[in-house]
Design a binder for this molecule. Structure first.
Ligand SMILES: Cc1ncc(COP(=O)(O)O)c(C=O)c1O
Length: 363
């Protein structure tokens, strides 16, 4: 079947491009001698995790315990849950998960360490943790330096805990221009190295520095001291990555196929994909959504079931009711979370479908 014969809206993945993206990052990590632990929050699909592992990844990262459970059930045996796990219900699930996989957990407090430590003591198998560090995103973690070293020392003293290293996510890189990424990463990694040194002075030797985001991946993989990288978005890319210079339209591998359902005026069009398919997660920069191959089309706004845009009549291209378009998402991760499955295409032909088995696993 031809891709454009699919019913819409549909999430479509170009397998050739996915494979190129997977191999490019894997090759880069291999050349740098850095372990790759891709964040699977982007695809939430065991088949893609399997491809990442086959390409050389040492393990995977997830954001949620539910995502870890899906991946472990599919046979993944080395998982970082990059999220503080709190409460008896989660600790019970973690205990079960640890029966089939090695699980590392990140945290940024002694409170979380104490809960995990009880599990480590009870099972006589310490819980391995990364201490999360704030290198500029101001989400989780304390800043680099003594503030983190002091926390690491206290976490390491909790019975049942083994601190492996420091972890950060340079999400603040999303807010800078491509020219500033190099300096941002230098600052990030230098701060982590210095913090590791301070931890050693306090008697806690750390073997790991785990970093990871797609826009920073190239610079991070080349930075001294980094042992592990966790890029996620690189598998599919999106218009944010294009804007940041980390992707081009040709390396975008996931699209929402949509149908033009209305042409209310000469210059306006409406597609059958709104926020239910494309999510509300975007800013208002020009080009926040793109139609592949059509730079004469620009989106104005999304309602739940309507995507409304303008066509530049000066460009002389047509767009009729019933035409189908491939929309490149602004932020692909939440878009994937909105679909039950992805349709796989190669050179415009439908090759199959993968269930997005870990979608909606919010707990
Ligand atoms: C902790 C953590 N690590 C890695 C990533 C991957 O970053 P990116 O989506 O830029 O590839 C994320 C993304 O949100 C994250 O939160």
């Amino acid at each position: 079947m031809n891709l454009f014969d699919l019913d819409t809206p549909a999430l479509v993945v170009d397998l050739d491009r996915l494979e190129v993206n997977l191999e490019a990052m894997a090759a880069h990590a291999r050349a740098a001698g850095v372990r790759l632990r891709p964040h699977t929050k982007t695809h939430k699909t065991p088949e893609i995790a399997r491809l990442q592992l086959e390409a050389g990844a040492a393990g995977i990262t997830v954001a949620k315990l539910g995502e870890a459970e899906v991946m472990a059930a599919a046979g993944v045996t080395d998982i970082l849950v990059a999220y503080p796990l709190l409460g008896a219900a989660k600790l019970e699930r973690l205990a079960r998960l640890r029966e089939s996989a090695r699980v590392v957990v990140s945290l940024d407090s002694v409170e979380v360490a104490r809960g995990l430590g009880e599990l480590g003591v009870a099972t006589r198998e310490p819980v391995e943790v990364y201490v999360e560090v704030d290198t500029g995103l101001h989400r989780l973690g304390r800043p680099t330096g003594e503030a983190t070293a002091e926390l690491v020392e206290r976490v390491a003293a909790v019975p049942g805990i083994r601190v492996l290293g420091l972890m950060t996510h340079a999400g603040h890189a999303y807010g800078v221009g491509p020219d500033e990424l190099g300096a941002l990463v230098e600052d990030e990694v230098a701060g982590l190295r210095a913090t590791r040194e301070l931890c050693a002075q306090r008697g806690v030797e750390l073997s790991e520095i785990s970093v990871g985001s797609t826009p920073t991946a190239h610079a991070e993989l080349g930075a001294a001291g980094v042992t592990e990288a966790r890029p996620g978005t690189y598998v599919f890319n999106d218009t944010t990555m294009i804007e940041l210079g980390a992707a081009t339209e040709a390396t975008c591998a996931a699209f929402v196929l949509a149908t033009v359902v209305s042409r209310p005026s000469e210059d306006r069009f409406v597609i059958d994909a709104g926020t239910k398919c494309l999510s509300s997660d975007h800013d208002d920069r020009p080009g926040w959504l793109r139609v592949a191959g059509r730079d004469d089309l620009a989106f104005e706004f999304l309602n739940e079931e309507h995507g409304v845009g303008r066509l530049d009549p000066e460009r002389g291209r047509t767009l009729a009711i019933g035409d189908k378009v491939l929309v490149i998402p602004a932020h692909v991760c939440p878009v994937v979370n909105l679909f039950d499955s992805m349709t796989l295409v190669r050179e415009g032909r439908v090759e199959g479908e993968w269930a997005i088995a870990a979608r909606g696993r919010v707990a």
